[in-house]
Write a protein that binds this ligand. Sequence first.
Ligand SMILES: Nc1ncnc2c1ncn2[C@@H]1O[C@H](COP(=O)(O)OP(=O)(O)OP(=O)(O)O)[C@@H](O)[C@H]1O
Ligand SMILES: [Mg+2]
Length: 242
Amino acid sequence: MLEVAGVSKLYARRAVVREVSLKVAPGECLGVIGPNGAGKTTLFNLLDGTARLDGGAILLDGNDIGRLPQHRRAQAGIGRAYQVPRPFSGLSVHENVLAGVMHGPRLHGAAARARVAEILETVGLSDRRATLAGALPLMDRKRLELARAISVGSRVLLLDEIAGGLTEGEVLQLIEVVKRLKPGRAVLWIEHIAHALMAAADRLAVLHFGELVAEGAPEPVMHSALVQEIYLGIAVDDALDS
Ligand SMILES: Nc1ncnc2c1ncn2[C@@H]1O[C@H](COP(=O)(O)OP(=O)(O)OP(=O)(O)O)[C@@H](O)[C@H]1O
Ligand SMILES: [Mg+2]
C-alpha cells in the first residue's frame, strides 16, 4: 500500500504541490488529472525521489521512504515510465528487460530468462524479444518502457503521459497493457486523454495549483462541476490569450 501523507514542494517559495494526501492499494489504478502546471509531474518526482520533499511523508507498506535517495526508492519498489521511452537502444528487447531483473530482483540464469519471458508476455512484446530496442516502432518502445519499469520489481508504477504520440488505436492497446500491469501493483497514471483514464483507472485525483481538489470514482469526478470549471477556465484563458 502506498500512502502519500500531506506532501508539499516549494519552488522559489511557491508551493507547486501543497499538502497532497493519497492512498493507492495494490491492484488499483489512480488516474491523475489537472491542467498544465498543476503539479502532477512534481508529485511523481516527490514519489520517486527525483525531487526533495519540503513537507509530508511517503509510506510504502508503512515504511517512510520519503527521504530516501532515488536509487533506494527504486529498490523499495517505486518504478516509473516516461513519455519518451529511455531504453538501451543498442540492446535487444530481451536484454533491456534482463538488465532490470538482474539489477532489481537479482535473478540470474533460467530464473531470470523465465521472468523476462513473463514480463514480455504481459506487455505484448514476446515476438519482439530479439529486436534491438532502437529499431522498435513507437508503440513497442512504449511497451518496452513499461516492461523495464516493472522489471526491477516495482510495486508502485508511475506513468507520466505515456500515451503521448500514439494513434487512437494504439492508445486502446496501451490501455489494455496498463490494465494487465495492475495486479499486485499500485499504478498512478497521469494522462490528458480522458477516455484512457476512464477505462483503466479505478479512481481519479484532480490537482489544481498544486492542491488535491477532487478525488473519487472516475465518472462522477470527470463530470463534476469543479472539473468542468477547471478545464473550462483554462479554455477561456487560452481564448483570451490569443
Ligand atoms: N525544477 C523546477 N524548478 C522550478 N519550478 C518547477 C520545477 N519543476 C516544476 N516547476 C513548476 O512547478 C509547477 C508544476 O509543474 P509540473 O511539471 O509538476 O506540472 P504538471 O501538472 O506536470 O503539468 P503538465 O500537464 O504541463 O505536465 C509549474 O509551475 C512548473 O513551472
Ligand atoms: Mg507533467
